[in-house]
Write a protein that binds this ligand. Sequence first.
Ligand SMILES: Cc1cc2nc3c(=O)[nH]c(=O)nc-3n(C[C@H](O)[C@H](O)[C@H](O)COP(=O)(O)O)c2cc1C
Length: 173
Amino acid sequence: MMLELIRKRRSCRKFTEEKLTQEEIDQLLKSALWSPTSKNNRPWEFVVVDNPDTLEALSQCKPHGAAFLANAPLGVVVLGDPGKSDVWVEDCSIASIMMQMTAESLGLGSTWIQVRLRLDEEGNTAQENVKTTINAPDELEVLGILAFGHKAKEREPYSEDVLLWDRVHFGKM
Ligand SMILES: Cc1cc2nc3c(=O)[nH]c(=O)nc-3n(C[C@H](O)[C@H](O)[C@H](O)COP(=O)(O)O)c2cc1C
């Protein structure tokens, strides 16, 4: 059931060394490529990375929150083309969460690594570091990187207690 998958999905930053199968990778990518986009513009591009040196380089794109990518078996860089859609951020975000939920449905772990609007220690943009590493063309923007792999340990699913029902308003605020 979808709600149960949503409750169980927790960010996973420690993976086993087991590689993903080609079938698993294909399923992740299908879920992205079947994602809804504004005006059906499909402004995204996905770069699948399993080379350890490339993953290591990507893990250094920003000082915090990306280091664990070096030890992940797979990363998917999510890029958008602002020339194809003014809402590429939304479209790329939807494709990203679709992949994360598909990973959960396959028993795999994942974490979103934010790249857009982030800087490295020298003040360069994290996106420039990522684009250089993967040879991305100038016109594309990087939303983020998703790390995927087999979970090294299971995390506690969310409980009913953490639901912020006070953020839900009916009719008027
Ligand atoms: C837009 C966005 C950006 C995020 N960026 C990072 C990141 O750069 N590094 C990281 O380790 N986790 C990142 N996360 C994961 C969040 O820290 C995580 O989803 C949040 O703490 C809730 O935990 P949960 O995913 O286990 O429910 C990001 C999540 C989102 C939705």
